[in-house]
Design a protein around this ligand. Structure first.
Ligand code: PHE
Length: 328
């Protein structure tokens, strides 16, 4: 048999053998028989060094062509075997099995808390609204009766943007925006991010979330404020929760209170509130004679930390799935 016809011979055998391959085991056996160290191709190659001149060139080319042909047929077969579900090795294909789904994400605990609190207030007739995070000094301070010499207006106590605007330090800005654009009666809550240049530690962050509340009508009293906040806090923390109102000072409410809930043996400060200051009504063009209102503001992270016993505010922002999956 001539050298070239022995190459042809192996090629014919390979063609026949390839057609008989039905599973990965047979595929591997074929690979070893033809391309393995002691396989048929190696045997053919050994002959190359015994030839010379034109004959060596022709024979070498024929053997290499055959090798490439076998390699490409093999990889084609391999591709078919792995992509076709009916042939995946020894595991029978069961079309009735449920599909493997990618793991689903879930709502962030801060968003969950906002949604839960919003739901409670919506049941009490409040509407959810939003305002911008980049605000004017007017909305964040001036209209809220915060005087020029108030420490929070200082450049070191607020993030100012180049054009004179700032990152709002409280959601009370939304009180102003809503009253500027609508007439009373109003009952709104406004969840959103606020920013303060606080050093980050277990209970402080330069960014956190607040929910603002505002109710304005002809006869809205401090008694209404107390009733609504008590109802809300008992819905959230349990129907027997003791609630305490402590006198406080905010420039935009008068009188002002801080509200605590009984927690274990002590009291936990939960939110700030008060009756809307007449200067705030003046700033938005409401009549201070005919209109009364109350407002409150609470920290969302703080609420979530108390309710779930979370010890460190930074856990909310680190995207650690071991933490987040507990809320899915
Ligand atoms: N804006 C206040 C704060 O950030 C909270 C507050 C809102 C107090 C509304 C009274 C009324 O601390």
């Amino acid at each position: 048999m001539s050298d070239l016809s022995s190459v042809q011979n192996v090629q014919d055998q390979a063609k026949g053998d390839l057609e008989k391959i039905h599973n990965p085991q047979e595929l591997e056996a074929f690979r070893i028989a033809y391309l393995g160290k002691k396989g048929k191709l190696s045997l053919l190659m050994e002959r190359i060094k015994e030839l010379s001149g034109e004959a060596k060139k022709d024979y070498g080319k024929a053997v290499n062509d055959l090798k490439r042909l076998i390699e490409s047929s093999l990889s084609e077969l391999k591709g078919k075997q792995t992509s076709g579900p009916a042939q995946t090795g020894s595991i029978p294909y069961d079309p009735t099995l449920p599909p493997l789904r990618p793991r689903q994400g879930s709502i962030h605990p801060i968003t969950q808390t906002i949604q839960e609190i919003s739901k409670l207030f919506v049941r009490l007739g409040f509407e959810t609204v939003q305002g911008p995070e980049i605000e004017t000094e007017y909305h964040n301070f001036t209209a809220l009766n915060i005087p020029l010499d108030h420490p929070s207006r200082d450049a070191f106590d607020t993030f100012y943007v180049d054009d004179g605007r700032l990152l709002r330090s409280q959601t009370s800005t939304v009180q102003i925006r809503i009253m500027q654009s609508r007439k009373p009666p109003l009952s709104i809550i406004a969840p959103g991010r606020v920013y303060r240049p606080d050093a980050v530690d277990a209970s402080h962050s330069f960014m956190f979330h607040q929910i603002e509340g505002l109710m304005v009508d002809q006869e809205t009293t401090f008694g209404d404020l107390k009733g609504i906040l008590k109802l809300f806090l008992r819905e959230l923390f349990g129907s027997k929760t003791a609630v305490r109102f402590r006198p406080h000072y905010f420039p935009f409410t008068e009188p002002s209170v801080e509200v605590d809930i009984r927690w274990g043996k002590g009291w936990l400060e939960i939110l700030g509130a008060g009756c809307v200051h007449p200067n705030v009504f003046k700033a938005v063009g409401y009549s201070t004679q005919k209109i009364k209102g109350f407002a409150f503001g609470l920290g969302v992270e703080r609420m979530a930390m108390i309710r779930h016993g979370i010890p460190d505010i930074r856990l909310f922002y680190e995207n650690d799935l071991r933490f987040l999956r507990q809320f899915s």
